[in-house]
Design a protein around this ligand. Structure first.
Ligand code: ADP
Ligand code: TRP
Length: 326
């Protein structure tokens, strides 16, 4: 039997290279493997914890969908939908919140981080974020949840919540496992920190060529003069190149660094060319898809119709177990 896979991505900003290598690439590979039954969705209700602008949320949702479809998501093979289209997620979230101890959420890194740094508005939704995420997951009873490393704890919380529910109401939910990409730990941004939209250090794979060039040329490097040998392991440009190039190309660039007489500007040009080469098919596809404004909406509607059938099955089972539908 095919393993069921589920994952979500927030439409809280333009998708960057870190999101692609850390999450989307793996999703699309799983779809293409033919051995997984995939459910991927856009977590627009989760994005509401940060985006409070209707036009922007709608635009970002459309943008994430276009990005996924351009990068190879096939809506015939994958059930691809928008979280808010399936009201069953929020009903299940409420039910799950009634078996979730406060302490479990108080220990969540994302919440603690937001409180300590004061970077996000401390709303009830930000606190209960992992409960909605648990509902997103458990309602489809998936085997695997491919996510970036930063989401691992949320999957652990999901398993805890499933256990609490089962112990109160009887065996209902399985224990989904997270799947974090081994090959890509954290994609560095142009300043060497983790690439993140909140740090303004992203490489935006669908940006116009001039913008992409500006981002690549702006990668921070040290001040080793051109003629001197350079240590590739300490260079952000090399770190990014390594994530995209073939082993032969990587070895060639490494040799150039070590030999000396090769400036960072040259390395940046190679990286830019590589980005344009790797993403050329996706960039072309995106232009084609953009021409049909209604396409994305139709795809998401079709996905929601499929997802809802599964979500309703689980919710009906849950309603019987808790006594709201005897
Ligand atoms: P951002 O940090 O830009 O706000 P998100 O937190 O919305 O990105 O992340 C969306 C997905 O992309 C998550 O699964 C996350 O693990 C992955 N991701 C984001 N940034 C990186 C990165 N620099 N390296 C690897 N994966 C990343
Ligand atoms: N919290 C995830 C993120 O920020 C997005 C998400 C919401 C998710 N619900 C999910 C991921 C369910 C996997 C499964 O990246």
């Amino acid at each position: 039997m095919k393993k069921r896979v589920l994952s979500g991505i927030q439409p809280s900003g333009v998708i960057h290279l870190g999101n692609y290598l850390g999450a989307m690439k793996q999703h699309i590979e799983m779809q293409d493997s033919g051995t997984h039954e995939c459910y991927f969705f856009i977590a627009d209700l989760h994005a509401l914890t940060t985006v409070k602008d209707a036009k922007r949320l709608a635009e970002m949702t459309h943008d994430v969908a276009l990005t996924y479809l351009s990068l190879g998501l096939d809506p015939e093979k994958t059930t691809f939908f928008k979280q808010s289209d399936i009201a069953e997620h929020t009903e299940l979230a409420w039910i799950l919140s009634s078996v979730t101890p406060m302490g479990l959420l108080e220990r969540a890194h994302a919440w603690k981080d937001a409180v300590e740094k004061g970077t996000k508005e401390k709303t009830v939704a930000l606190f209960t974020y992992p409960v909605l995420m648990a509902a997103d997951i458990l309602i489809y009873k998936p085997d695997l949840v491919p996510v970036g490393k930063d989401q691992k704890q949320h999957i652990e919380i999901t398993r805890d919540i499933a256990t609490h529910f089962n112990s109160h109401f009887g065996e209902t939910f399985n224990q989904p496992q997270e799947l974090t990409p081994e090959s890509v730990a954290v994609v560095p941004g142009t300043d060497g920190q983790k690439m993140s939209k909140s740090y303004g250090n992203t490489i935006d794979i669908f940006a116009p060529e001039a913008t992409l060039k500006k981002q690549v040329m702006g990668i921070v490097t040290d001040s080793t003069p051109v003629e001197q040998p350079k240590d590739p392991s300490k260079c952000n440009v090399f770190a990014l190149y390594k994530l995209l190039a073939t082993p032969t190309e990587i070895a060639a660039l490494e040799a150039q660094y070590k030999k000396g007489g090769f400036g960072y500007g040259e390395a940046k040009k190679l990286l830019l060319a590589k980005l344009l080469e790797v993403f050329a098919p996706a960039r072309k596809k995106r232009v084609e898809l953009e021409a049909d404004r209604g396409y994305v909406e139709r795809v998401l509607q079709m996905g929601a119709d499929r997802a809802r059938i599964e979500a309703r099955k689980t919710l009906d089972e849950v309603r019987k177990k808790i006594g709201t539908r005897p």
